[in-house]
Every structure is written in structure tokens, then in C-alpha cells.
Write a protein that binds this ligand. Structure first.
Ligand SMILES: O=C(O)CCC(=O)C(=O)O
Ligand SMILES: [Fe+2]
Length: 239
């Protein structure tokens, strides 16, 4: 199938007040049915084409886990570009509140193009949206997608495959590291087309004596059978 068969993407009418409250409380929130199953299949099918990508990473070679991913090249395929820009618009105010609560001085512009301008000026010019592919026994070690000093504190992953039908195992996992405490594990059940928005690294947590910072990481448990594809949307570009 060709890229041109991908229809324009608009976001479902989410309740962003509830999403913001979930993010504040838990550090993640579900974005149900952000992509239609047809678009999920079309985007996953891009994986085997050369054209849309700038690089190909075999995770085992870097100690990142087992499985592979490809970073999209600019210009991004329409639906990826549309999702990235639309999601940023809703997430930037939440990111700004988080920065304020964490006593960070920088604030994010309303518009994603303006934030990318800042990344590019800082030497972070390479696109970071990616397509991941996992087969049997593949997994993704806990990590943080940091690519330079410019960091947007939230990112989104969209499950493109059907759990139990296309693959088994392969759960999306988060950990939360609180000061002076052991890490807390979180499993996020996703259906095909569901997105999850989550903290890239630090986030503020409300405590009895004001806000403190917790550190989050994300990864994927071992895939037992089948093939699992994910679309990753990271808002900062890479050096
Ligand atoms: O495959 C997944 O669910 C996780 C992908 C990931 O690490 C990312 O989108 O940054
Ligand atoms: Fe990641």
C-alpha cells in the first residue's frame, strides 16, 4: 500500500481536563482509539519500505533489548506529522504547568513548529518519531528518549497491532522512581489503536509538603508470539 491511501488524521474529542488530571496523578494517561485499525495497519505496513525512514536500529546491538525500530525521515508521513502537531498543541500547556511545578525556567511555545525551531537552533535537527517492530522473544529495556538538552517532558506511543491476535506478551511498562524509595512498576493495557501519553523523564508529584520530582522510564515486556508494531511520537528532535 502507498502512503497516499492514508486518510487525514484528526484527534478524537478527548476530555483533556481528565487526561491532564491523570497525567498529574499517575504520570501517564490513555488516549483510546487515537488511530483507526485501518490506519494502524497502513502505518505498520510502512515498516518494510525504505522511503519513509532515516535510520534503522537493531536494539540488541546497542544493549537496548531485542527487536528493531526505524526513525522516520522528514517530511514525516501525513498522519504522523498531523498527530505530532495536534498532540503537541494539547500537551504544551500541561508541560508548561509541569515545568512551573518543577521550578524549571523554560516554557514551551503553543505551536510545535516553534518548539522544533528551538530544537533545530540547538543542533537537534533529526526527526525522532519512530516505528518499532517486535517478534517472538523481543523486548524493549526500560529507557528514556532523551536526545539532547531540548526535552519536551511528555511523549506518546500508539499500539498498531492487535493484542492476543497479532501477538501475545509485549506489554507496555512504566516505572516510577520516587525519592529514597524503590521503583514502582506500572503496566498499561492497550488495544490496537490506543495511545498512551507518559512522562519522558521527570514529572512533579503532589506531596503533603508541596511538589517533589519522580523519574519515569518506559519499556516493553517480552513478546511471546507473533509480531507487534508501535508508533512512537517524541516531540523534541535529536542531535
Ligand atoms: O513499543 C512500545 O510500546 C514502546 C515504544 C517506545 O519505546 C517509544 O515509543 O518510545
Ligand atoms: Fe521509547
Amino acid at each position: 500500500m502507498t502512503e497516499s491511501t492514508l486518510a487525514p488524521i484528526t484527534l478524537p474529542p478527548y476530555d483533556w481536563t481528565t487526561i491532564a488530571a491523570d497525567l498529574d496523578r499517575e504520570g501517564w494517561a490513555r488516549l483510546p482509539r487515537i488511530l483507526h485499525p485501518v490506519d494502524c495497519a497502513l502505518i505498520a505496513d510502512l515498516y518494510d519500505q525504505q522511503g519513509p525512514f532515516r535510520s534503522h536500529v537493531h536494539m540488541a546491538r546497542h544493549g537496548f533489548g531485542q527487536g528493531e525500530y526505524r526513525y522516520f525521515a522528514y517530511p514525516l508521513p501525513d498522519p504522523v506529522q498531523a498527530l505530532r502537531a495536534a498532540l503537541y498543541g494539547w500537551l504544551a500547556p500541561i508541560a508548561n504547568r509541569w515545568h512551573e511545578r518543577m521550578d524549571r525556567t523554560s516554557r514551551f511555545p503553543e505551536d510545535h513548529a516553534a518548539f522544533l525551531g528551538r530544537c533545530h537552533a540547538a543542533g537537534q535537527r533529526r526527526p525522532t518519531p519512530l516505528l518499532l517492530q517486535y517478534g517472538p522473544n523481543d523486548y524493549n529495556c526500560l529507557h528514556q528518549d532523551l536526545y539532547g538538552e531540548q526535552v519536551f517532558p511528555l511523549q506518546v506511543a500508539v499500539l498498531l497491532s492487535r493484542p492476543a491476535r497479532d501477538f501475545t506478551g509485549g506489554e507496555f511498562v512504566l516505572t516510577e522512581q520516587r525519592p529514597r524509595m524503590q521503583s514502582r512498576p506500572i503496566v498499561v493495557p492497550l488495544e490496537q489503536g490506543d495511545g498512551v501519553v507518559f512522562a519522558v523523564n521527570q514529572r512533579p508529584q503532589r506531596g503533603t509538603r508541596g511538589d517533589y520530582r519522580v523519574v519515569m522510564r518506559h519499556g516493553v515486556s517480552k513478546v511471546h508470539s507473533g509480531k507487534r508494531h508501535t508508533l512512537g511520537i517524541i516531540f523534541h528532535d535529536a542531535a
